[in-house]
Design a protein around this ligand. Structure first.
Ligand code: COI
Length: 355
């Protein structure tokens, strides 16, 4: 790829913390590698990105991110194959989306070469932190925050684009049963649900806590106007299988354009599975469950890849889904992971070699 990035500042950590980490008992997102990337935006331009030892940030308490939530992020994973080679999965999609999110939050877009050159250099430096083996990965968290000290409620003029890396194991969310939202929503028409904005996630915590008190693990969000249509499942996109047809809602200004979501749709279509991308009514799920045609529900996202949903609650009733031997969820998860870990042919060109 062409690059206009003339330099990258690199300061290596004096020693590595890797020997202090128990890679067999990782809690998702709680351990970070030796290095991080930080790039500052000042005077209308992104400065030279710096890779430096992972460390705390110094921000004034008045930094706008603390007051107005001007913050967006991404989630990606790096994988190591059996030959020790590092791969990313469709990182161009994450790059495109972080800039879409930035635009919606009135933040400056980040240059493509800054993103890929600094990400590659960072991953190469912390390569030892990516453990081989199915399920092991390095969760890559790029994020952008408004760092300008000022509590004026308007877009900042200073930002930080940061990338941190966290070793992750196979994401097992345990048994997931969901409450279908009757009162709360994740996003509204004309809002910023399609952006990976920090506030979209903070707003989910309270309704999810309430659902947990009722014995559910996640919430399936419904539209804010009528609560008749399903939108997302927890922090993931949601799929439903009725008969042998795979359904998911269309992306719009409320639904995140998930990379795993679009990959599942492509895989399914390629295998001749009937796919319907259209608004899905809660009443359809209830009906299909009652007449035994609701075969599967699952969430899709970077962290869990595919997370099967075993049942749902709606208007005080609980519905259980059948346990299938040959589920679409299991099939797509395996096919995606085989591509991610360089175990199968990559006919869609989704793998990206880091080194
Ligand atoms: C994802 O799986 O795509 C996520 O965004 C999960 C993250 C919020 C932890």
């Amino acid at each position: 790829m062409e690059t206009t990035l003339s330099k990258l500042n690199i300061e290596k950590a004096k020693s590595s913390r890797i020997n202090q980490v128990d890679f067999d008992n990782l809690t998702f997102g709680s351990v970070f590698t030796d290095h991080m990337m930080v790039c500052d935006y000042r005077d209308g331009a992104w400065e030279t990105p710096s890779i430096m030892p992972y460390q705390g940030l110094t921000l004034e308490p008045s930094a706008r991110v603390f007051h107005y939530g001007q913050a967006v992020f991404e989630g990606m994973k790096a994988y190591k194959d059996d030959d020790g080679k590092l791969w990313l999965f469709r990182p161009d999609e994450n790059f495109r989306r972080i800039n879409t999110s930035c635009a919606r939050l009135a933040m400056p877009e980040f240059p493509e070469d800054y993103f890929f050159d600094s990400l590659r250099a960072l991953l190469q430096l912390d390569k030892e932190w990516v453990k081989p083996g199915y399920g092991n990965s390095l969760y890559v968290r790029p994020f952008v925050i408004a760092s300008q000290p000022s509590v004026m409620a308007s877009p900042a003029e200073e930002y930080k684009f940061i990338i941190i890396l966290s070793p992750a194991q196979s994401y097992y969310g345990g048994e997931v049963r969901v409450k279908i939202a009757e009162k709360y929503s994740r996003a509204a028409d004309g809002g910023f649900g399609y952006a990976k904005a920090a506030g979209n996630y903070a707003g989910q915590f309270y309704p999810t806590q309430l659902a947990m008190q009722e014995g559910y693990q996640q919430v399936v969000w419904t539209d804010s106007n009528t609560h008749e249509y399903i939108e997302e499942a927890g922090t993931m996109n949601v799929f439903v299988r009725i008969g042998d047809t795979l359904l998911t809602g269309p992306t719009n200004d409320k639904i995140l354009d998930g990379v795993t979501r679009k990959s599942v749709i492509e895989l399914a279509k390629d295998q001749g599975i009937s796919v319907e991308v259209r608004p899905i009514k809660v009443s359809e799920l209830v009906e299909a469950s009652k007449n035994n045609t609701l075969k599967e529900m699952f969430g899709s996202g970077t962290a869990a890849v595919i997370n099967p949903i075993l049942g749902f609650g709606y208007k005080g009733e609980r519905y259980e889904l059948p346990q299938l031997d040959n589920s679409y969820a299991g099939r797509f998860k395996k096919q995606l992971m085989d591509i991610q870990y360089n175990k199968s042919e990559d006919k869609f060109g989704w793998r990206y070699a880091v080194d």
